[in-house]
Design a protein around this ligand. Structure first.
Ligand code: PEP
Ligand code: MN
Length: 337
């Protein structure tokens, strides 16, 4: 931690600040410049609240140089983490393709769409059985019936399943059917839930909260890792800004930022990020170019009658064409889809 002191501070005040820092367990190094005195405080604990120093008399500014997350940080694990799920590996050269409907609606629908997902070469089928809907009057998902359907459809086409878990008492139930747990944007800081997911032996894809900073997102990942589960995927799905032409603002810069800060794979979700069908392909292409380790896309063959998120679902043909384009982009940056 670097502590910049105010100009014209008395030496008694400097000593007092040093003494306080030492009482917090820091080793302090002082450098006196012509204009300013700067203190280097070594030994900051991950949970240290820098505001305790910011409020001291005579302190102008405080900068943290170490991150508050440890296991999530690239300093802890220099190589990219590879998350292996059956015969699929995420985080390496191969880019993971995840696709499927927003919600599992009925047997016919999920089987038809699973076939398209398999035809595209994707290995992971998405679909929600427990849906976090803004309105309590909207379709809430088929529950366990939906889980059974998505598992059967995935097995039929040799796909893995990813589906959302919203509450602790559903973890065991959903765990019986899914290969990857999805934590939705609205639950990124549901600490009770993510702590429990730290105790399961299945990968967790943690979506970025709608108003979460990258640091908050990585701190949530830290909850899962520090509770024992090292199989965490991060998912950028757009954040809330003042812009209204898109459902959210797709923060593509989060991809290289997270890659620098963390060893965890980053999946991009251009469907929820934009919310409008014709904006999905360009942003999917951009996400691959930006280095995403995977891409998750919502599809539907009858979007007008979809029970959720129809307007952002790609039609099967558009999706298949997009996958061909994504393959070319991946190849251009030395990766594979
Ligand atoms: C979803 O993937 O269907 C979903 C609800 O996503 P998010 O949590 O990003 O809104
Ligand atoms: Mn959706």
């Amino acid at each position: 931690m670097v502590v910049i002191l105010e100009k014209n501070i008395s030496s008694e005040q400097v000593d007092k600040i040093i003494h306080t820092l030492e009482s917090y367990g820091f080793q302090v190094h002082k450098s006196v410049g012509v204009e300013k005195t700067i203190l280097g405080a070594i030994g900051v604990q991950p949970d240290f609240d820098t505001r305790k120093v910011k409020i001291l008399d005579g302190v102008a500014d405080v900068y943290r140089v170490t991150t508050p997350y440890k296991l999530t940080s690239r300093n802890f694990h220099e190589e990219n983490s590879l998350i292996k799920i059956k015969d699929v590996e995420i985080g390496g050269n191969q880019i993971a393709l995840i696709a499927g409907p927003c919600s599992i609606e009925n047997e016919d629908q999920i089987f038809r769409l699973a076939k398209i997902v398999a035809d595209s070469g994707a290995k992971i089928l998405r679909g929600g059985a427990f849906k976090p809907r803004t309105s309590p009057y909207s379709f809430q998902g088929l529950g366990e019936e939906g889980l059974k359907l998505i598992r059967a459809a995935a097995d039929e086409f040799n796909l893995l399943v990813i589906t959302e878990v919203m509450q602790i008492d559903h973890i065991d139930l959903i765990g019986k059917y899914t290969d990857i747990f999805q934590v939705g944007a609205r639950n990124m800081q549901n600490f009770a839930l993510i702590k429990e997911l730290g105790k399961v032996d299945k990968p967790v894809m943690l979506k970025r909260g709608i108003a979460a900073t990258i640091e908050e997102w990585l701190m949530s990942a830290e909850y899962i890792l520090s509770n024992g589960n090292r199989k965490v995927l991060l998912c950028e799905r757009g954040i809330r800004t003042f812009e209204t032409y898109t459902r959210n603002t797709f923060d593509l810069s989060a991809i290289p930022v997270v890659h620098k800060k963390s060893h965890l794979p980053v999946i991009a979700d251009p469907s929820h990020a934009t919310g409008i069908r014709d904006q999905v392909p360009p942003m999917a292409r951009a996400a691959i170019a930006a280095g995403a380790d995977g891409i998750m896309i919502e599809i539907h063959d009858d979007p007008e009658n979809a029970l959720s998120d129809g307007p952002q679902a790609l039609l099967p043909n558009t999706f298949l064409k997009l996958v061909d384009e994504l393959k070319l982009i991946a190849q251009a940056i030395g990766r594979k889809i």
